[in-house]
Design a protein around this ligand. Structure first.
Ligand code: ATP
Ligand code: MG
Length: 408
């Protein structure tokens, strides 16, 4: 497994970043065939590690529900957008991801301002949203084919003057607004060479299972290669900002491009550094009270009216060491790991049924990457929660003793 720690990720993605204000020339400044940072072909391992990092951080992003992540994917036809999405996102929970593919605008979309459909598709907090093509089409295909602009029903003032300078400003402003409101933006340009695009088109024609991917229109668009190159140069030069920088991913090698894309997205999530929410001591105590109630209903616990199993006197109370058989049966416990960073609820695991395939285990959840950074905070929170839990468990036992007749 490749060591894809924050340092390695930072080194790997540094050559892709477009520094804000830099004037970009393609392909001179970014070689589509380059594979910087891949030591001896470890792209597969980097991708695997990137996928693992994404899955782990996505779970925390969703739980924290404060930040979102927008991944903007741009490329020319056959640049590898679909394959990148498929592979890079293969490990994440589908419930936490949205993918929107932007095509020629519909009549309804043309009835609105040009950013309307992109704003509508932004990911919610806790979600990773992918734009397969994006608002950048408004300064790429629309610029390459002036007829599209003419069909956008714009008022004269928006159609004249320096349309593109205005749109770059509007896009930068809009992205700033989005970022300032908690949705981080990662912009990836999959930079494929003209020759590699030619090879991929031929492959799509020659391999029957790939025929569906080929469109005669793709060859027509290829005739505008230089116009697209210039439009991309302008985009990269004018819209790489501190709050939403572009990354140009060398895309002639598909495996490398996927690993590189995963690394850039992983880096953004690491920088967001989402955390599982920590329950307040009150909430933690309420959890423990609910748990004590559930434990009292365990088969054989004796606390549930009509239950006929073994009394659970041998099971120690929640949050305390076993104190002999004198304890109330309402306090038997199985440690149920919770998804909170305060760690699993305190308590032993010897409740009836423990060890069966369906029973919870006493293992705490694996520590998330980057956990070392917050270990101290976690220990403090865990101590606090444990104290509150003991108090709650004690109260629950007292209540159980008061309300239930002794079982034997
Ligand atoms: P695939 O890999 O399936 O070919 P694709 O993204 O190329 O994916 P297509 O349906 O082939 O999807 O093409 C979508 C087309 O829509 C592209 O040619 C793109 O330039 C065009 N498009 C996207 N946004 C706009 C826009 N705002 N105005 C005009 N055309 C647009
Ligand atoms: Mg296409």
């Amino acid at each position: 497994m490749a060591d894809l720690g924050p340092k390695r990720i930072a080194e790997l993605i540094a050559p892709f970043r477009v520094e804000p204000g830099r004037k970009v020339r393609l392909p001179r400044d970014f070689d589509p065939a380059a594979t910087p940072g891949a030591n001896g072909g470890d792209e597969r391992a980097i991708l695997a590690e990137g996928i693992r990092t994404l899955a782990e951080y996505q779970a925390r992003l969703a739980a924290q529900d404060t930040y979102g992540l927008l991944v903007v994917l741009q490329a020319l036809d056959a640049g590898g957008k679909d394959g990148t999405i498929k592979h890079v996102m293969s490990g994440v929970n589908p419930q936490g991801v949205t993918v929107t593919s932007f095509k020629v605008p519909s009549p309804e979309e043309l009835d609105h301002d040009y950013l309307w459909r992109y704003q509508k598709a932004l990911p919610a907090r806790g979600v990773i949203g992918i734009f397969n093509r994006s608002h950048y089409e408004e300064v790429l295909v629309v610029r390459v084919h002036p007829g599209i602009l003419a069909g956008q029903k714009l008022p004269p003032a928006a159609r004249h003057g320096d349309v593109w300078a205005r749109r770059f400003r509007e896009i930068n402003d809009w992205e700033r607004y989005v970022v300032e409101n908690g949705i981080r933006i990662v912009k990836l340009f999959l930079n494929v060479s003209r020759e590699e695009q030619r090879r991929r088109f031929i492959d799509r024609i020659d391999v029957p299972d790939k025929n569906w991917k080929f469109s005669a229109n793709d060859v027509k668009e290829r005739a505008f290669w230089d116009d697209y190159r210039q439009a991309f140069e302008a985009v990269l030069s004018r819209t790489s900002t501190e709050w939403a920088p572009w990354h140009v991913i060398p895309a002639d090698d598909k495996g490398y491009a996927r690993a590189a894309a995963a690394a850039v997205i992983a880096q953004a999530l690491i920088e967001i550094d989402p955390h599982y929410p920590e329950p307040t001591p009150e909430a933690r105590a309420a959890l423990l009270t609910a748990r004590a109630t559930l434990e009292a209903e365990a088969p054989g616990a004796g606390g549930r009216p009509g239950s006929g199993g073994e009394p659970a006197g041998s099971v120690p109370p929640v949050g305390e060491a076993a104190s002999g058989s004198g304890e109330s049966s309402g306090s038997a416990s199985a440690a149920v790991p919770t998804p909170t960073s305060a760690g699993p609820l305190p308590g032993p695991v010897s409740a009836p049924g423990a060890g069966s395939p369906a029973s919870p285990t006493a293992e705490p959840p694996p520590a998330p990457a980057g956990a070392a950074l917050t270990k101290k905070a976690l220990r403090t929170a865990a101590k606090k929660a444990e104290k509150a839990a003991r108090k709650a468990a004690k109260a629950a036992r007292k209540a159980a003793r008061a309300s239930a007749p002794p079982t034997r």
